[in-house]
Each structure stands twice: as structure tokens, then as C-alpha cells.
Design a protein around this ligand. Structure first.
Ligand code: PLP
Length: 453
């Protein structure tokens, strides 16, 4: 009769060639763990009667190998974004330009003068690295880069508005996503929130009245992910800034996405630009690195030198500082704007500037390659908390499948996973958000999924 005593011991298993290979690949401690876990599993299944025969060493090792693959598989993997949402927050927002990737690679490979002044041979500051490009690009007196824009807002308010009143329009008390709410960040910074106006109408006199009280700063948070339409009114930015300055106080502008290029140029709505904020006189402007800027995750703060100095000295500045790869990447991305080549080099701007005709050509080529699917008109969106109601014309590959939901699941099981969208039980794929070098993998994945349908 088979008993558990017939199960090979760890020592017997380790004598095999296959065990040596696993140890070479995964290291001894992890391999031993996986073999023990496999043996425990076999014992449990044998005891419960799920199996009546005991596996030989090779089979045990094959199971341990599968365990090791599962244990060491990265959870963060590339995906193909066929959704047509260019800045898809769940899919990692902006893909980076070649120069940006190279700069981040160089910075991470070795040592750098991150905080070392090569001229003086002494300690320097990491905050200078993106600063000169930002100064040149925007004309701002000073600039700094932090971990992300949420951190930028928290830091700016902590440094400039702690124990002060922050005057903000009621229409701007937004939740950005993932439960991140502007009013909560304001409170976290020690500032006291002073809401003015109503949800749909804010007048200049609302700000004026609030500014009669002492100890205040004025803030704008761009309502980036929704739009209030209809009976609405909002004073011009420059007028609110002038009021703040007349009252002897500071104006902080949280642009959210922030862009240097006017999106209206591409038939989209107008997203406030960094240049406009500065021209209106904002003292501090902050925006994201990985929204319409098209760079790595970062928060960029630009504005008056004296205020940036104060922000730099705040203890939170250390807690939210950007790492060297981020600083290298942001600088490389900014250089594309400085050299007037952003639309040619930055992936998200290449996607935005693709003409419907170019997109159609790619969708038709896919349909021809697959031998199925129709090319239909549709809409792409910018996403990432910018231009909420805006979409622009695109062409989609539309696949008719027995069940769109089941097919979507199959697409997600491909390597790399493919993220598409559905409408009327059709599966839709937008070429706009697929980089040309991903097309081969996309077609392989699609064929694979179609074959199993
Ligand atoms: C997106 C956004 C933020 C947060 O920026 P992250 O870079 O995602 O941290 C802050 N404020 C506004 C208005 C935003 O749209």
C-alpha cells in the first residue's frame, strides 16, 4: 500500500539535475521553500484522498518550478493600451520619450552629481537640476520638482498657508480621484479653508469680501476632471490675481495637468496652460509631470524666488522630494519643449496629433492582417484628469465576437495583456494609443484570442 513514507525526501529531490537547475535560477533558499511547499501540498492532498498515488521526483520538481515562477513573477507588467484613453491613470499615464528613458537609465546606472557641486567640490542641491530648463522655458524666477502634483499642492500650502485662510472658489473643491480631495489636502497643510461663491457662480466681489479678513492667500484648483455647464460664471484669472496682489497676498494656482501646448490646436477644448497662469500673475503654479506634460511622475512647482525658497526650506520638502531618475527624466522631457520638438518626440503628443486618416490606415492594416473586423468611426479621449468632456475623432477596429466580456478577458490574458473597450457587444480597439512598436505583439495577441473563440 502507498503511504506518505514513499514520498521522496528533500535530500533525494535535491540530488537531481533538475533541482540543481532550479537552484541556479532561483537560489537555494527559495528553491527549498518551493519544494517544501510542494511536498506539504502533496501530503495534504494525499491525506484528504484527493490523490491516491504519490508523484515521483520529476513531477514534484515540475510543481515546485511552477510555484517558483508564480512567486517570482513581477506584478507590474507592461500592457497594450487599446482603449483610446491617452493618459489612462490606471495604465500608468504617460509613456515616455526615448530621450527621457535614456536620461533615466543613465541616472540610475551609476553615481551622479545629484547633490554635489562639481565646481566647488562640495555638497550641492538636487533642486537645481530641472530648474534652469524650467526657468528658460517659462520665464519663472525659480522652480523645483517633487514626487507628484498632490505632494506639490500639500507642500506649497504647508509652507505658505499654514494657519492662514486659503480663499478658494466653491466650484473648485474637487476630488481628483482615488479619494484625493483638494479640501482635505488644504486641511492637512494646516490651512483654513474659506469657500467663496456658489457651485455654479463665483463673482469677483466674493473674493473681495473674503480678502477683507487678514492672513489669507488665494488659490485656484483647476477643476480638471469635470465640467460645470449652463448658468455659470467665474471671474478671469488675472482679475482674481490682481485682487490678491492688491490685498498684499499670494496667489497659488494648481493647474492639475498643466500644459505648454494649447490643446485647442488639435480640435480639443482649451486646457489652461502654464504660460497663461504666469501671464495672469500667479505667484506659484504647480502641475503634474505625467499628465499633459508627458513625462515621468512628478510635481512641478514654479514661481517667485522668495516663495520657492520658503517652500524648499519646509520639512515636508524632504519627505516629498523627487529621486534622481525622476529629475533626469523630467529635465529630458522639458528639453523637448525648449527645443520645440515636443509634438515630434513625446509619445502622448504624437498620439494627440495623429490625424483620423493616419489612425484609419492603421486600423485597416490590422483588419487586413487579421482577416476580420470592421473599421468604424469613434472617439479617443485625453483622460488623466484633463479635458473631461472632450473627445476627438478616431477610427476603431471593431470585432464581432460571441461575448464581448469573455473576449475582453481573453485579451487581458495575453502576454502582454491587451486592454480594449466594448460597445454593443463589440470589442473596440483604438490604434491611437498603441505605439507602432507594439503592433506586432498586438496582432499576435489578437490572433491568439480569436483562435480560442
Ligand atoms: C491630477 C491633479 C492633482 C494631482 O496630481 P498628481 O500628479 O496625480 O499627484 C492635483 N490637482 C489637480 C487639479 C489635478 O488635476
Amino acid at each position: 500500500m502507498t503511504t506518505l513514507r514513499n514520498l521522496p525526501s528533500i535530500d533525494q529531490i535535491l540530488q537531481t539535475q533538475m533541482a540543481a537547475q532550479l537552484i541556479a535560477r532561483y537560489g537555494r533558499p527559495l528553491t527549498l521553500s518551493a519544494i517544501r511547499s510542494t511536498l506539504d501540498d502533496i501530503r495534504a492532498r494525499f491525506k484528504s484522498g484527493q490523490i491516491t498515488a504519490l508523484p515521483l521526483r520529476d513531477l514534484i520538481l515540475a510543481q515546485a518550478d511552477a510555484t517558483l515562477i508564480a512567486w517570482t513573477k513581477p506584478t507590474l507588467v507592461p500592457v497594450i493600451n487599446a482603449s483610446g484613453v491617452i493618459l489612462h491613470t490606471n495604465l500608468g499615464r504617460a509613456p515616455l520619450s526615448d530621450d527621457t528613458i535614456r536620461a533615466m537609465d543613465v541616472a540610475s546606472r551609476g553615481y551622479s552629481n545629484l547633490e554635489y557641486d562639481l565646481e566647488k567640490g562640495a555638497r550641492g542641491s538636487r533642486l537645481i537640476h530641472a530648474e534652469s530648463v524650467l526657468q528658460r522655458l517659462t520665464g519663472a524666477e525659480a522652480a523645483m520638482v517633487v514626487n507628484n502634483n498632490a505632494a506639490a499642492v500639500l507642500l506649497v500650502l504647508s509652507a505658505l498657508a499654514n494657519k492662514k485662510r486659503v480663499i478658494i472658489s466653491r466650484s473648485q473643491l474637487v476630488e481628483i480621484g482615488g479619494g484625493f480631495r483638494i479640501p482635505d489636502v488644504m486641511k492637512q497643510s494646516g490651512a483654513r479653508l474659506v469657500e467663496v461663491g456658489t457651485t455654479n457662480k463665483v463673482h469677483l466681489r466674493d473674493y473681495e469680501e473674503a480678502l477683507l479678513g487678514a492672513n489669507a492667500i488665494v488659490m485656484r484648483a483647476h477643476p480638471s476632471n469635470f465640467k460645470i455647464i449652463g448658468f455659470t460664471e467665474e471671474p478671469e484669472l488675472k482679475d482674481v490675481v490682481s485682487l490678491a496682489h492688491a490685498a498684499g497676498t499670494t496667489f497659488v494656482d494648481d493647474l492639475g495637468s498643466g500644459t505648454f501646448i494649447d490643446t485647442a490646436k488639435y480640435g480639443l477644448g482649451h486646457e489652461p496652460t502654464v504660460q497663461e497662469s504666469l501671464a495672469a500673475g500667479a505667484d506659484i503654479v504647480c502641475f503634474s509631470g505625467d499628465k499633459l506634460l508627458g513625462g515621468p511622475q512628478a510635481g512641478i512647482i514654479i514661481g517667485k524666488k522668495e516663495l520657492i525658497e520658503k517652500i524648499r526650506k519646509h520639512p515636508l520638502a524632504r519627505a516629498v522630494r523627487a529621486d534622481k531618475t525622476c529629475l533626469a527624466g523630467v529635465t529630458a522631457t522639458l528639453l523637448h519643449y525648449l527645443k520645440d520638438e515636443a509634438e515630434r518626440e513625446i509619445p502622448i503628443w504624437k498620439m494627440i496629433s495623429l490625424t483620423p486618416k493616419q489612425v484609419k490606415g492603421r486600423a485597416e492594416a490590422w483588419a487586413a492582417n487579421l482577416g476580420q473586423g470592421a473599421v468604424v468611426e469613434g472617439e479617443s479621449t485625453v483622460g488623466g484628469g484633463s479635458l473631461p468632456t472632450e473627445s476627438f475623432p478616431t477610427f476603431l477596429l471593431s470585432l464581432s465576437v460571441p461575448s464581448a466580456d469573455k473576449f475582453m478577458k481573453k485579451l487581458r490574458e495575453q502576454n502582454p495583456p491587451i486592454i480594449a473597450r466594448t460597445a454593443d457587444n463589440k470589442v473596440l480597439l483604438d490604434p491611437r494609443t498603441i505605439q507602432p512598436e507594439q503592433e506586432g505583439a498586438l496582432l499576435v495577441g489578437l490572433k491568439n484570442a480569436l483562435r480560442k473563440t
